[in-house]
Design a protein around this ligand. Structure first.
Ligand code: F6P
Length: 255
């Protein structure tokens, strides 16, 4: 807290919370675009918050990406976390294995001594195979577990960067560009007004199911994610945003 006062971060947190309409904003010093160390700090803040808000026998839904990976890396056992089940928010999205929600959920369980479930589903699904898969008993069970999640922790990405990272076909890239997509989360792409302009068909948590979740925690930093965070957080993550100074200043246009 003292360090935060010194850097004026407390003020920044309050301004950003009011601007985005998010209940709680935590800002760590620096810019994750410029240093990996800042991403580790985002991870530390995320791990600390999870530890503070956790209760025994809860389900935590975990998204993918390098920022949530950083959170997992910083987690440690606590009595409540040992009694927590970590579930991936969705199956693969076509990313490197260590960036996938499955892997990160298992890593959180390993770090805390908790339990985990996996969602073994392929990434690009036709409507037909999607309908078949969600009826599979094993998948249904994991989906049920996901729907009972008390906490959801997720990342936010720049729309174009995410589409490229997922090796989306040219027609998707074109659609995103034309529809003014700026941010991505949970496989949904949003424009500046926070409207969904595209979604990846995968098995997992659906956006409308998030309204039932008790605690939504978004973790995302770096000035390059400013637009993405603004487009998503005012709609999706009204609860808690953990970000860095770089993103916070860029959102508030204080650079
Ligand atoms: O692909 C999973 C995901 O959580 C996306 O929804 C999000 O846009 C992205 O990862 C964030 O990744 P990173 O933390 O590496 O920027």
């Amino acid at each position: 807290p003292l360090i935060k006062e010194l850097f004026g971060l407390t003020q920044l947190e309050a301004e950003l919370a009011a601007y985005l309409g998010v209940r709680q904003v935590i800002v760590v010093p620096g810019d994750a675009d410029e240093s990996d160390w800042v991403k580790k700090e985002l991870g530390r803040a995320g791990a600390r918050l999870l530890k503070q808000v956790s209760i025994p026998d809860q389900i935590v839904a975990v998204a993918g990406g390098s920022t949530i990976y950083a959170v997992a890396e910083m987690m440690m056992p606590t009595p409540a976390l040992k009694m927590t089940t970590f579930v991936p928010t969705r199956g693969g999205l076509g990313e490197a294995v260590e960036l996938e929600a499955n892997y990160i959920a298992s890593l959180m369980a390993k770090k805390t001594g908790g339990k985990y479930r996996l969602m073994h589903v392929p990434e690009q699904l036709s409507e037909e195979s999607y309908q078949t898969l969600i009826r599979e008993p094993h998948i249904r069970e994991v989906l049920d577990c996901l729907r009972r999640a008390r906490i959801v922790i997720h990342g936010v990405g720049d729309a174009k960067k995410m589409a490229i990272r997922r090796k989306s076909p040219p027609e998707v890239l074109k659609k995103l560009e034309e529809s003014g997509a700026v941010g991505e989360s949970f496989g949904y792409y949003f424009n500046r007004q926070g409207e969904i302009v595209h979604r990846v068909q995968t098995v997992g948590l659906q956006l409308q199911e998030l309204t039932r979740v008790e605690k939504m925690i978004a973790v995302a930093g770096g000035a390059s994610k400013a637009e993405a965070i603004s487009s998503i957080c005012s709609i999706l993550s009204r609860d808690t945003l953990i970000t860095d100074e770089g993103a916070a200043r860029a959102i508030l246009q204080k650079v």
